[in-house]
Design a protein around this ligand. Structure first.
Ligand SMILES: O=C([O-])CC(=O)C(=O)O
Ligand SMILES: [Mg+2]
Length: 262
């Protein structure tokens, strides 16, 4: 189980509103063009895995102290005081190629395999009340999406493990999120409104993609709250076979922050 890939991510680009049923459940509008936002690499947290017991655990003050030498950053999810934290389980793709200004049609669906190093599973944790206020007032989403530990992410799955379906990666994945053992989200990557090849092409027309960059591809329906004391798990299936099963505990974020209206 390797987390080394996380050290190479110069940016983490997240697509919003990429599944119709999720757009509906939040009463959002379907974007006319794909839109995205960024998450800071300091929001990365990795599952606590006994195979990584040599690694340091996130310090109790919850600020980010950098990734371990092996790329991991095992620890709990920290819920900031007064923040309604929603889980959003998402397929993450990891870029292998530099891509800039790709034209529509330059990247075909069956090219995706050639553009990526591999994949992983992530949660795009969201302070929904913080985001709601930002949407209403036209403020950025950076805080809502970027608190420390708001990017729980799995080990890396290199693309040589995806060879069986390399012509059609789009339909090969199923994502599941459970909270305290109950299924909250269960969606197929085939339901994305903007498919993987279009996501790469469109982002590259505005922001150049570099090897190692991570793209989160949007969440299927079923988002909901995670609270202090909850255990959240994310599972990823490739052609029906489980390739990720990760768990995180939720704790209160220590420190002075408490959500207040801007
Ligand atoms: O916060 C949102 O609803 C937008 C988003 O990240 C997603 O659709 O995955
Ligand atoms: Mg999301």
């Amino acid at each position: 189980m390797s987390y080394n890939y996380l050290k190479a991510a110069k940016k983490i680009v997240c697509i919003g509103r990429n599944y119709a049923a999720h757009i509906k459940e939040l009463n959002s509008a379907t974007p006319k063009q794909p839109f995205f936002f960024l998450k800071p690499s300091s929001s990365i947290v990795t599952p606590f895995d006994i195979r990584h017991k040599e690694s340091k655990i996130l310090p109790e003050d919850s600020s980010f102290h950098g990734l371990n030498e092996d790329g991991s950053n095992p620890g709990p999810i920290y819920i900031p005081k007064g923040v309604l934290v929603h889980h959003e389980v998402e397929l993450a793709i990891v870029m292998d190629k530099y891509v800039s200004n790709a034209q529509p049609g330059d990247i075909k669906a069956n090219d995706v395999f050639n553009y990526i190093k591999g994949i992983s599973l992530a949660f795009d944790l969201t302070g929904r009340n913080v985001q709601f206020e930002a949407k209403k007032k036209g403020l950025p989403w950076s805080i809502a999406k970027g608190f420390d530990t708001f990017l729980p992410i799995s080990h890396f799955i290199p693309k040589d493990q995806l060879i069986q379906d390399k012509e059609n990666l789009q339909d090969a994945f199923r994502l599941v999120c459970k909270v305290n053992g109950s299924v909250r989200q269960d969606g197929d990557s085939s339901l994305m409104l903007n498919p993987l090849h279009k996501i790469i092409q469109v982002i590259s027309t505005m922001v150049s993609l570099e090897p190692g960059d991570i793209i989160l591809t949007g969440t299927p329906e079923g988002v909901g709250e995670v609270k202090i004391g909850d255990v959240i798990s994310g599972e990823l299936f490739y052609n029906g076979k489980q390739v990720v099963d990760m768990k995180f505990e939720c704790k209160e974020r220590p420190g002075p922050y408490e959500y207040r209206e801007t």
